[in-house]
Design a protein around this ligand. Sequence first.
Ligand code: NAD
Ligand code: UFG
Length: 338
Amino acid sequence: MSYILLTGGAGYIGSHTALELLNAGFKVLSFDNFSNSSDAALKRVEQLSGEPVVSIKGDIRDEAALRQLFSDYNISAVVHFAGLKAVGESTQIPLHYYDNNVAGTVTLCRIMRESGVKKLVFSSSATVYGDAKQVPIPETSPRSATNPYGQSKLMIEHILEDLVQAEPDWGITLLRYFNPVGAHDSGRIGEDPNGIPNNLMPFISQVAVGKREKLSVFGADYPTHDGTGVRDYIHVVDLARGHVKALQYLQQHNGIEAINLGTGTGYSVLDMVNAFSRVNNIAVPYQIAPRRPGDIATCYAEPGKAEKLLGWQAEKTLDDMVRDSWRWQSANPNGYKS
Ligand code: NAD
Ligand code: UFG
């Protein structure tokens, strides 16, 4: 039987997807340079599933290593998570982001083509919609980028569209994630950010566990129901299952489709803080702070295309998201080093 190759398989979304793929009967091979993760996540995925994960350390920009990988293993499709994802950092070291994300993807596709593997699921992002004029955001919404990270995702989308245009026997799905949060309900795998978290949910969890004093709420003067920013938070296990569905779809289809993975519901920063406190019965001290540069007021998905094409929709609730985030954080206060 052939493998599904996960680039960046040891990361937050990759490890949860590895588990869902194993549960669905797929064989999983991870290729990760561990720049933002460790092999510990995949060891836990093996424990949870009772199935092996082949984990190879390597970089997607290393053409020789990729060639070796595709010759050593029978690979039927690739889910491409590997990439750098910190918006602020991308404005400081743009060349590194373009090299890692864009050049890395081009190298990966070149070796896939050489090896005759033409099925690809790509981790795109709602960031490609920029500051969308209308919500919920459909896949047809105009695309733009305001920082090198977003630009790298947009460039990759264009590159993959051009590739399918030139070679229609490829099957590619661009999954545009909204805001992934939560963790597997075992509390054994979850998000393990380096240093101070940029994203809301890991920050809330670290305040709750006592690692940080209080949350800064970036702006309370947005045109939203309580003045704080609204996003489409999606449970990472729902998101992971979307990848299983996308791979099953690609078994039957060529061409390229962009598909939103979101719930279609927006929650504000204070909605998230309040849900976390209520469900977990724990205080989350916060202060209102100035807006964060580059942030938008409101962003949530029109999720109908995923249901129509993939037969997928998010099933987990806001309470599941905050409960599972806290279960992971409280059981692993120092992430995989705990
Ligand atoms: P993550 O950092 O946990 O996972 C990415 C993985 O890729 C890490 O394990 C890292 O070590 C690996 N990696 C990075 N560069 C590599 C390289 N050159 N070669 C091999 N491995 C490399 O991030 P995540 O949250 O799991 O995100 C996965 C993907 O989804 C990324 O492409 C990210 O941009 C995208 N995405 C994430 C979010 C989010 O909020 N988490 C939202 C939208 C899109
Ligand atoms: N926020 C705070 N305090 C914090 C962190 C975040 O108030 O300490 C607020 C933000 O201002 C925003 C909301 O919480 O209103 C969500 O912020 P995140 O940083 O968690 O997520 P973003 O929506 O800003 O960005 C995320 C990913 C990006 C991706 C984007 C796509 O981090 O990689 O979604 O929509 F591009």
